[in-house]
Design a protein around this ligand. Structure first.
Ligand SMILES: O=C(O)CCC(=O)C(=O)O
Ligand SMILES: [Fe+2]
Length: 223
């Protein structure tokens, strides 16, 4: 379960052991099943960092689709509250299916769940996962490898660009199967006179050794 108080206060929250060891191993193994994916990105070629990620093809495998649906429902109240606090008054639909229908109507029809793989020297440069006008303000990443036995380095980081202040970095400690929920692009921060907006980007620091896999769950589809 996501802790909404922590999410509001810090802008991100960890869900411990969202996926068990077996599910993580199955998703790591899926990475080599080319038929499961619609697109492979070699990050170095596009300047996004170093490493490889693959977007799952439609239909997204049942367990991943179910997890995406469940997290969407949990994050929905937070998304609507953030929007209200930022004075945007966007209202997100009650279910992921309706959110994806909204994406499709805007030409965003390709699934965005992805699996990423990092090897020594690989990293993910700071970025935001926006794929068109329709966007859900929170997303999740699940760590599919175990820090220590499987890899070293490769820390998940968030950088907050605050108005009239220097940027703030958060290093999020994750264990095998843990998920981090974080802002897709911006979040409201409580100030003395109401909420203001900070711009948030995420990335992964350089992997020092081993192999690190992760599952990215974004709640809007892509063009
Ligand atoms: O590998 C990670 O921890 C981050 C992956 C990522 O950028 C994402 O899930 O959107
Ligand atoms: Fe990302």
């Amino acid at each position: 379960m996501v802790d909404p108080v922590e999410l509001d206060a810090r802008g991100y929250a960890v869900i411990p052991a969202l996926l068990d060891r077996e599910r993580c191993a199955a998703l790591r193994a899926l990475f080599d099943d080319e038929a499961a994916f619609r697109k492979t990105v070699v990050m170095e070629r596009v300047g996004f960092g170093r490493g490889v990620y693959k977007y799952l093809a439609a239909p997204v495998p049942g367990p991943i689709a179910a997890l995406r649906e469940r997290l969407y429902a949990e994050l929905l109240p937070v998304a609507n509250r953030w929007s209200e606090r930022l004075g945007e008054n966007a209202r997100y639909p009650a279910t992921l299916a309706e959110m994806l229908a909204r994406c499709a109507a805007a030409g965003q029809t390709r699934p965005t769940p992805l699996i990423l793989r990092y090897r020594p020297g690989d990293h993910n440069a700071l970025h935001q996962d926006l794929y068109g006008e329709v966007a859900f303000p929170l997303q999740a990443t699940v760590l599919l490898s175990e820090p220590g036995p499987d890899f070293a380095g490769g820390e998940f980081v968030l950088v907050e660009q605050r108005p009239r202040k220097q940027s703030l970095v958060h290093v999020v400690p994750l264990g095998l199967g843990d998920a981090v929920v974080f802002p897709n692009a911006v979040r409201p921060v409580q100030g003395a006179r109401g909420a203001f907006r900070t711009r948030v980007r995420h990335g992964v620091s350089e992997l020092r050794s081993g192999e690190r896999f992760s599952l990215g769950l974004i709640f809007h589809d892509a063009r």
